[in-house]
Every structure is written in structure tokens, then in C-alpha cells.
Write a protein that binds this ligand. Structure first.
Ligand code: HEC
Ligand code: HEC
Length: 237
């Protein structure tokens, strides 16, 4: 923890997030996703002059740190195989930084993840989030059984009825501060939806709390079943 940077970081985060929330309200379905450079330059990873503008730290550094620190739980390619651990591949960087911020601030709590986030500086949060934003979505491993067609249809109908796609996008691939949920792991989706409903997962805005307030518990499970089985579509470059 760096107490000195705390207040400034907080302010900066809130400014960024407030802007994002505002633009999402103004833009509705509009999702101008990642604008991060695609260059996967392997060179120039030293600490030289990298602090210019908001480009944050060099990507290679955070790719390495991700491999060293995060991959054990979240998977080397961002597709976790560990129970209860979300897929990060394909997640917008703005969403990722929001959640890291909530964990660090103690507003979102998970023993494993809070411990990790507490050690992060503002540059770390930005660096890891920028790196996550470059990870292409990874499809789930081939299922041994075909999805239950009736349950998928019910899930789709529920998503339409509750207008999930008005924020998460027609293919549920998210954008900006809204997470990708298509292709996310079912156990994690289920836990998140129940968490929003019961209040154990405080969200950054009221969006999800009000979205699930009308949805019966068993329908949350059907929504998780459905979203988890959508093949993730590539993020718009
Ligand atoms: C010990 C396992 C573990 C490690 C190591 C770990 N995470 Fe996590 N992470 C989790 C779990 C579990 C969750 C879900 C927590 C919950 O359910 O609230 C999570 C959630 C997240 C989320 C929120 C995802 C979402 O969809 O809301 C982000 C972003 C994230 N981790 C990034 C990282 C980064 C970056 C690192 C490395 C610096 C890292 N994690 C290291 C276990 C881990
Ligand atoms: C008004 C916009 C909006 C609507 C409508 C909405 N969401 Fe969300 N959703 C969000 C935002 C924003 C977040 C990020 C939560 C936060 O604030 O921390 C989110 C988070 C989630 C998460 C957590 C994902 C993760 O990686 O942790 C799930 C699951 C989810 N939404 C599913 C749904 C479903 C299912 C519906 C329809 C019943 C829905 N959402 C409707 C905006 C919305």
C-alpha cells in the first residue's frame, strides 16, 4: 500500500469511472470498445520513459507479471480452470480496473482476490487491466454434452425479457465498464448474479442490483446456464 498515492488514485479512478458511466448512459447500446494498441512488442520492456501520458507501464512487464502472479488462478491465457474463478480473457480493461479498484478498496470481497488487489499500486491496476484488455476471448473447452436446447431458449427469453443485452450487448460480450458474460464460467456467473441479488457483491453502480431485483432466483441460474454456453465472439478491435 502506498498511502501517499491513495487519495490521488482514488480521485483519478472515480473520474475515469464517472466518465465511463456517464458516456454509457448517454450512449446506450453504443460500445466503443478497446482502443488499446494491439502491438505486442516484445522489446523495450525496461523502465525507460514509459510514464508518458496514460500509456502506463510497458505491456511486456505486465504480461510477465500476469504470468507470474495471476495465471495460477486465472489461467495463462486468461481462461481459468479453477472453480469460482472468472475468465478474464476478452474482458474490457475498463471493467477490469473497476473491479480491481473495488477489491483494493474493500468494497468487493473475496479472500484470494482481495489479498492480491491490496498489493497493487495505481500503475499496477492500470497495467494489469490494460493487459487483460489485450487478451482475446477464449472459448470454453468442448463440452461433453450438448446444451439443453429448452434451457438455452428459456435463458435467451429471460435475457430478452430483462434486457440484459441493452447493457451487455446482443452477444453479451460487454464493452467499457460492462463485463463480457457470454462464455464466462457458469459457477462464477451464478455466484455473481446471486451475489448482486442478495447484496453480498456490491456493484460499482446500481445497474446490476436493479437488473436482478425483478428476476426470481431460479431464473438467475437459467441465465447463468445460458450465458456460459454462448460461444464468445471476438471483441471489436
Ligand atoms: C489465488 C487465486 C487468484 C489469484 C492469484 C488472482 N486472482 Fe483474480 N480473482 C480470483 C477469484 C476467485 C476471483 C473472483 C472473486 C469473486 O468471486 O468475487 C477473481 C476476480 C478477479 C477479477 C474480477 C473479474 C470479474 O469478472 O469481475 C479481476 C479483474 C482479477 N481477478 C484480476 C486478477 C489479476 C490482475 C491478478 C494478478 C495480479 C489476479 N486476479 C490474481 C482469484 C485469483
Ligand atoms: C443497466 C445496465 C445493465 C443491465 C440491464 C444488466 N447489466 Fe449486468 N452488469 C452491468 C454492469 C455495469 C456490471 C458491472 C458490475 C459493477 O458495477 O461492478 C454488470 C455485471 C454483471 C455480471 C458480473 C460479471 C462478472 O464478470 O463479474 C453478470 C453475471 C451480469 N452483469 C449479468 C447480467 C444479466 C444476466 C442481466 C439481465 C438480467 C444483466 N446483467 C443486466 C450492467 C448491466
Amino acid at each position: 500500500m502506498k498511502p501517499g498515492s491513495w487519495t490521488a488514485g482514488l480521485g483519478a479512478c472515480i473520474a475515469v469511472l464517472a466518465l465511463a458511466v456517464f458516456s454509457s448512459h448517454a450512449g446506450g447500446q453504443e460500445k466503443p470498445r478497446k482502443s488499446s494498441p494491439t502491438a505486442s512488442g516484445k522489446a523495450g520492456a525496461s523502465a525507460t520513459g514509459a510514464s508518458a501520458a496514460k500509456a502506463a507501464a510497458p505491456k511486456v512487464d505486465y504480461a510477465q507479471r500476469f504470468a507470474g502472479t495471476c495465471a495460477a488462478c486465472h489461467g495463462a491465457n486468461g481462461r481459468s480452470e479453477m472453480a469460482g474463478t472468472p475468465v478474464l480473457a476478452g474482458q474490457p480493461s475498463l471493467y477490469a480496473i473497476t473491479q480491481l479498484f473495488l477489491f483494493r478498496e474493500g468494497r468487493r470481497n473475496n479472500e484470494a482476490m482481495t489479498a492480491v488487489a491490496k498489493t497493487m499500486t495505481d500503475d499496477d491496476m492500470r497495467g494489469f487491466s490494460d493487459y487483460i484488455g489485450t487478451l482475446p476471448p477464449v472459448p470454453a473447452p468442448a463440452a461433453t454434452t450438448a446444451p439443453d436446447a429448452a434451457r438455452m431458449a428459456k435463458g435467451k427469453a429471460l435475457a430478452d425479457q430483462h434486457r440484459c443485452s441493452s447493457c451487455h450487448g446482443a452477444d453479451l460480450s460487454g464493452g467499457q465498464q460492462v463485463p463480457r458474460i457470454g462464455g464466462q464460467k457458469e459457477d462464477y456467473l451464478q455466484a455473481s448474479l446471486h451475489g448482486f441479488k442478495s447484496g453480498t457483491r456490491p456493484a460499482y453502480t446500481q445497474a446490476m442490483v436493479s437488473a436482478v431485483s425483478q428476476v426470481p432466483l431460479e431464473d438467475l441460474d437459467t441465465l447463468a446456464y445460458y450465458a456460459a454456453r454462448l460461444a464468445p465472439t471476438p471483441a471489436a478491435k
